[in-house]
Design a protein around this ligand. Sequence first.
Ligand code: PMP
Length: 288
Amino acid sequence: MAGPALPMDDRDGVIWYNGKLLPWRDAKVHVLVHSLHYGNSVFEGERIYNGKVFELTKHSERLVKSAKMLAYDLPYTVEELDAATRLVVAENKLDGGYVRPLAWRGAEVIGVSAAGTKVHVAIAAFPWGAYYAQKAIKLCTSRWKRPSPESSPAGSKAAGLYIICTLAKDEALAAGYQDALMHDYKGRLSEATGANLFLVLNGELHTPTTETILNGITRQTVMALARTRGIKVVEREIWPDELAKASEVFLTGTAVEVQPVASIDKLQYEVGPVTQALIADYAALVRS
Ligand code: PMP
């Protein structure tokens, strides 16, 4: 997406910060916060439609779960996180846009062990348009691989896991693509840098299993929408050679919504009927 017009730390508005609403520019951390050094902050990305966050509670639950997978508890319940999010969306007068909750471990101690750190939570909300400028995007295969579940907590939306995504995305952008498709540690298809992958094969929807990916809330929503339409949905391991047999490919994610893929490396795709139907169904659902 095109960069935001204003720097993210220099805006008007308020940010919910450990239970209080702070002026936007005052929502700061110390350089010695544990999570900045060791990558163990966790976050969410949520979209606002008509003033309401789509699937808010599922996102709040995932934030709590992401922290639990990194062995810490948030000092707020899911209900408190939901209420804080609604408050910050209302206070910033957002009809549409994006919400970024973040939880991190504080600066009480330094060292690999996080024992003794306090857990902090902030929630920011801001206007945000389409993720990509293109109707259908060009992907390249990344040299970066999603790690084995024995090496990383794949189901956690943990900041540290995004070092791979940022490397993959910036290499793709520099090479003239809009995003990167990552394989996993075994060489199977996994996901893009901030979105899940779907292939249409013989009219059926195929998507990788959740072993090495984030099980996206949009992914689950779109699978349910497809089933409602009578489209068969198959979750399985998918190898890269199957991309040549796909008639359509798309990505799903809170930010990207249902995003058609025009090409992956040298393979080209049409924006076909299954993708178009699910774009329409998703657009109607999030605004309903
Ligand atoms: N995979 C990754 C790596 C992501 O960052 C995201 C965005 N949160 C997704 C998948 C899609 O998840 P969701 O549909 O819950 O936004």
